[in-house]
Design a protein around this ligand. Structure first.
Ligand code: FE2
Length: 387
């Protein structure tokens, strides 16, 4: 192997295991004396998962008011409202419970409480002036990895694009990962969020910003998610599959947090910013075409992705194995019911150009495995829409 130079960081203490949520109160008690604010979504309140967290806080002497005004692609106003709730209740720390949306709002709110202003005022490349409130993250999907990353993606409602907060200090202090919390996730959401985790792992491994540690985590994440996603979709109560998915999503999150993502996320976030498309699906639909486009830039890496997905690659040339990775991804997406782009979102010629332009301007685009231009994005969008 050639000489390498890199940095690697993990800002979050991780507690993982079936039933781990019962210990969340003890973890939170290391971050606050009297009161935490739970930020979650209304669905998780209705499902009773929020109650389990509130009870865990109370058992450790912490008062735990709940803010649940979160939507699927979280907006800047929701972060303002959550920060106001934290100030009004006198919360000393924030607990974020949910998918990436709730945890990203929790990160943004924790930052706004101490730094003031709006999300827009702290958009990347601006860095925070003060440390946010401490944060404990409890994911309920195996997808975003937001519990261990220091990025939050928030939709600007006025201009319809996704803003990024990027600062190591917004990372959760503690992440409590309990696969039991993902058991009730319906098959469609399991499929969409699981594909997000797979895309994180594949893009982290193939992007230009990868390093040896992120590579090791990413390949293991591809194995775990590739091996468990069908089972988790087919039988939500398959505890082994749920555990593998949550672990895979965690490893993928740590990996891409220290590397980057690529063109799949540039397209997916641009589509989601304009049309409010669910993030996991918005990314998944572009994965096959981007893999096909990228493979030529590094066939050996794409061949290793194929092997991690379980493809028998011995005797294959790297370019053949890379093509087999695309076929494996298409097979997986078909088996778990990921819709086509055309079914997901109708796009006019103007829409396509707009999404291509936003993708080319996306902050992650320069790290894509292969140099990708506006014209390339246009071609990727058209090919995916026609497929
Ligand atoms: Fe993602």
């Amino acid at each position: 192997m050639a000489e390498v130079e890199f940095g690697f960081q993990l800002a979050t203490r991780v507690v993982f295991g079936a039933g781990a949520v019962s210990g969340a109160g003890k973890e939170a008690a290391s971050l606050a004396d009297k009161r935490v604010l739970l930020i979650t979504d209304a669905g998780l309140v209705a499902a009773g998962l929020a109650d389990a967290v509130v009870e865990a806080m109370k058992r450790n002497g912490l008062d735990c008011p709940v803010f649940s005004g979160i939507s699927a692609n979280p907006r800047d106003q929701e972060c303002q409202d959550a920060a106001a709730a934290a100030r009004e209740t006198g919360a000393e720390a924030i607990v974020g419970l949910g998918g990436g949306s709730a945890i990203d709002v929790a990160k943004a709110a924790a930052a706004l409480v101490t730094n003031g202003g709006r999300v827009k005022d702290w958009e990347d490349p601006i860095r925070l002036e003060k440390d946010p409130l401490p944060l404990l993250a409890v994911p309920t999907t195996a997808g975003t990895g937001s519990e261990v990353t220091w990025v939050a993606v928030i939709t600007d409602e006025e201009q319809h694009y996704k803003m990024t907060l990027l600062d190591t200090r917004i990372a959760a202090n503690v992440a409590v990962l309990d696969p039991e919390l993902t058991i009730s996730l319906p098959p469609r959401l399991t499929a969409a969020t699981g594909m997000d985790a797979l895309v994180h792992a594949i893009e982290a491994y193939t992007c230009k910003a990868s390093n040896p540690v992120s590579d090791a985590l990413a390949l293991r994440a591809v194995e775990l998610v590739g091996g468990a996603l069908r089972r988790a979709v087919a039988d939500g109560a398959d505890r082994g599959a749920r555990s593998d998915m949550l672990l895979g999503s965690l490893l993928a999150g740590i990996s891409f947090g220290n590397a980057d993502v690529g063109a799949v996320h540039c397209l997916g976030e641009s589509l989601g910013g304009v049309f409010d498309t669910p993030h996991g699906l918005a990314c998944a639909v572009f994965l096959p075409a981007v893999l096909e486009f990228n493979a030529v830039a590094d066939p050996a890496r794409h061949a290793r992705v194929a092997a991690a997905l379980g493809v028998e690659t011995s005797g294959m040339a790297d370019s053949e194995a890379a093509a087999a990775a695309v076929a494996a991804v298409r097979g997986l997406m078909s088996d778990i019911g990921i819709p086509s782009l055309r079914r997901l979102q109708e796009l006019s010629a103007d829409d396509t150009e707009k999404v291509a332009r936003l993708s080319a301007e996306h902050v992650c685009s320069p790290d894509n495995a292969r140099t990708v231009t506006y014209d390339d994005y246009l071609a990727l969008l058209r090919a995916t829409y026609a497929a």
